[in-house]
Design a protein around this ligand. Sequence first.
Ligand code: ASP
Length: 328
Amino acid sequence: MGYSFYPTDLEEMRLTSPRYTLAVHGGAGTMARGATDEAPYHAGLRAALAAGETILAQGGSALDAVVAAVTALEDEPLFNAGRGSVYTSTAEHEMDAAVMDGSTLAAGAVATVRTPRNPVQLARAVMDSRFVLLSGDGAEAFAREHGLEAMPPAYFHTAHRLEQLQRLQAQEGGQRMQMDHAPTAPLDETRKFGTVGAVALDSTGHLASAVSTGGMTNKHPGRIGDSPLVGAGIYANDQSCAVCATGSGEYFIRACVGHDIHARMAYAGATLSEASQAALAQVGQLGGEGGVVAVDRQGNIALPFISAGMYRGWVRAGEAAQTRIFED
Ligand code: ASP
């Protein structure tokens, strides 16, 4: 890739005692030239930050905050998770999600679920059980047993995502597109990784991560990405950091990105920024692209990406929330 890492100057702000910190992302990807309306994306990120910060400001846990932030992103159809999930090759929805608590290393995840309104809440329920990862029909049954809200396929239908599928299938079938398609989003929606995620440090010094995705447009039914795989698309450990990823999931799985960032910090003494950039470099070397959001136990934030942009935002106690899309 020809892109450089987004250099985050937040890295220099080392904090002496834990202050709550929350960072979110809404996916990474390529730039869509001609797109103008970035405002709804910033608004969606801000709503997620507000949902999580409300909890952190009241002394709530990092775990509750990341679940609340990701729930807000799942309910926003602009992002590829929950309601706005992309379509599989058979024009259905299969969603993956996970949560991890850095204070206990407890984790919960679900893969290829079709009906839960908020897959991240199902992942949280799995975390509270004796299992870590449930998939498909079994995960659906677990959701029903735990009274989680289910939605019909129509809830997850979005016209522009269906059009993305049709365009991609036409392209992959070697046909030239007939449509003159004007981009409607800042990042090219057919070539964007739209997973949503959140990482947080709470005022007691605990870390947590949550992630949720519809996966990749035109994916084969049954395909599972990095998002629900602990150590790949998500990781949290109070010793080091909380991480969640977005990008070409197969590469993030092969590079074990989440645990790699933790390990570089815990075993090699790397800073959050060094560790996350090194892990992403491995993804790049394999041929993948995407980004991560990460926070360490001092409240430092790293938001590196190896793509043209990443929908992202962050907030810390006493500071105004910030959102960005491109490298500015
Ligand atoms: N990482 C996700 C996956 O491979 C896709 C994304 O980030 O949008 O399922």
